[in-house]
Design a protein around this ligand. Structure first.
Ligand SMILES: *[C@@H]1O[C@H](CO)[C@@H](O)[C@H](O)[C@H]1NC(C)=O
Ligand SMILES: *[C@@H]1O[C@H](CO)[C@@H](O)[C@H](O)[C@H]1NC(C)=O
Length: 219
């Protein structure tokens, strides 16, 4: 008498498991928001250029730093972005003092900037099993399934970041966020030279923040 009930109760169990377990449901996983403060060492690659990039993300203080070194090039480039839309792009080399001040209408990336991205499934990249999202045809983002840390991202230009270290809570000391004096002298500003190549700027996040319409305008 109990035998015919077994398949039914098994089905019922599976049904409730499906109801209760969000991982089995059809909801795609959502990307983890960025920690409010972190330091990441990135290896950047695009055709013919390798770079080491120190990323200091500091949301509570409204600032973001990209410290960029091209392979075998001693002149380090500093790209300091403030949440009020002002960026200082400069070198500190005593023989190559340059600064460019850029104003955009938007601030730095919000910690939840990936929200609303399209989930593309799982893929093994850089030897990690990752969840993959794409946002506004601008960026493809790979997050470790287990640790939720970013592993890699690719801008639509092909400019690719491989995350080498990811220190949650690391903060760069205040004095390092002071742009050099020559960023503030009118004479220097006028003979501004574009320090960062256009492809580099196209691969920065500011385009993402301005949205796909403006990104298309800039192309
Ligand atoms: C860098 O990217 C190019 C293609 O854009 C690829 O051929 C090359 O293998 C990459 N190098 C590294 C170190 O990932
Ligand atoms: C934005 O903030 C930075 C740092 O405090 C400052 O140097 C810059 O002048 C500000 N820009 C504007 C447009 O207020």
């Amino acid at each position: 008498m109990s035998t015919p009930q077994k398949p039914l109760s098994l089905l019922t169990t599976i049904f409730f498991l499906l109801l209760l377990s969000p991982s089995i449901s059809t909801n795609p996983p959502t990307p983890s928001p960025w920690p409010h403060q972190f330091h990441a060492l990135l290896f950047m690659n695009r055709t013919n250029t390798l770079q080491k990039l120190d990323l200091w993300y500091d949301w509570p203080n409204g600032r973001n730093f990209n410290i960029i070194q091209d392979q075998l090039n001693g002149v380090v480039k500093y790209d300091l972005e403030w949440n009020n839309g002002t960026s200082f792009i400069y070198t500190l080399d005593p023989y190559k003092k340059e600064c460019e001040v850029v104003h955009v209408e938007v601030g730095i990336l919000r910690p939840d900037w990936l929200e609303g991205g399209n989930y593309l499934g799982q893929e093994r990249v850089d030897n990690f099993l990752c969840n993959v999202w794409e946002k506004v045809d601008f960026i493809w983002y790979y997050e470790d399934v287990v640790t939720k840390r970013p592993v890699k991202w690719i801008f639509y230009t092909g400019y690719t970041a491989h995350v080498m270290t990811f220190e949650v809570g690391a903060v760069l000391d205040d004095p390092n966020w002071q742009a050099p004096l020559y960023c503030f002298s009118e004479a220097e500003k006028e003979r501004v030279s574009p320090i960062l190549e256009p492809t580099m700027k196209g691969g920065s996040f500011s385009r993402l923040m301005r949205g796909i319409d403006h990104a298309a305008d800039d192309m």
